[in-house]
Design a protein around this ligand. Sequence first.
Ligand code: GDP
Ligand code: MN
Length: 347
Amino acid sequence: MARILEHDALRLISDKGVAVTQWRVAASANEIAEAVASFGGRAVVKALIPSGGRGKAGLIRLVSNDAEIRAAADILGNRDLVFPVEQVLVSEALDIAQELFVSFCFDSKSRGAVLLYSAAGGVEIESIPEDQICRHPIDLRQGLDPADAAEIAGDPAIAEALVKLYELFAELEAETVEVNPLAVTTDGRVVAPTGVILTDDQAAFRHPELSEIADPLATNGYRPLTDIERAVAEINELPDHSEIRFNELDEGEIGFVFLGGGAGYYVFDRVLYFGGKPANTMDGTSSPHDEESMYRATSALLKKPGLKGLVAGSNYGNFRAIDARARGVVRALIDAKIDPATFPVVI
Ligand code: GDP
Ligand code: MN
């Protein structure tokens, strides 16, 4: 899954024919001031990061005078939502009369797409009672019926935006297309001031147009990948390599190199039980390239500052040559010139 940043999401939404706010991307106080001036001196400045909740975190400011414009530059460099803010989106300020919540995503219950819609959208969407959110299952073979959209929206302009946003969701084979809020302006226009598009890794090969803007290795959905996590994620991108799930843990001391979740997490739990500090979690499926995968994953993990030892293993039950995996780990230890006298390794 990759999250397309807001400026690219707005462009895709706009290309589909849904009205969006005018925007510019800025990376310094001067660029912010210039962009605000280009929108007539009144604008919204938002952190351009792959995260929601910016409004509540104070990373969205409506600015209309010099002091506010200068203060909005403080958003740059902020890390309150974990992702460091390197750029902001400056957009024309809309006069919003109503905020609608629109989300197309997948629903495991109905095993298809679903439209979530509420006339009470905005930053409080999480606390809206269930019964104020319409859940409309969509058969992917039929698409969103314009008559259903009209009934749900109760307004032709909103219904038209819903149909177009669904088309975007279907064409991109996205996991999610969400616009919250879809704004109805005081002069009656339906405009998207924001947009979230999550791509589906499984469909990435059919969407070369997204590869430039959707980096599946940038985040795990909640925070940026660490350098070590990224190095391991890159193994997964190699043809026919195993799918390794790997998380680095802060201040961990004992590294784990495991394929096969059961055995790995059993040892992980025992280490925790005896007061050890695991440096990472790791499990994964087998591939014909386990030796190379284990070599690369171990090499990446050994770079972790503060690492004091390593546990490596494999379960015996999944019909793969565990000697090949062990060779990968050992080769990485030798290459990194690990001294077993000071750095215990259990294989
Ligand atoms: P999020 O908090 O990360 O979801 O960021 P959004 O882009 O959805 O913005 C959060 C809130 O800021 C919206 O729900 C609006 O209430 C407000 N907002 C964003 N853009 C505008 C705008 O152009 N005009 C006005 N009046 N409010 C806006
Ligand atoms: Mn929002």
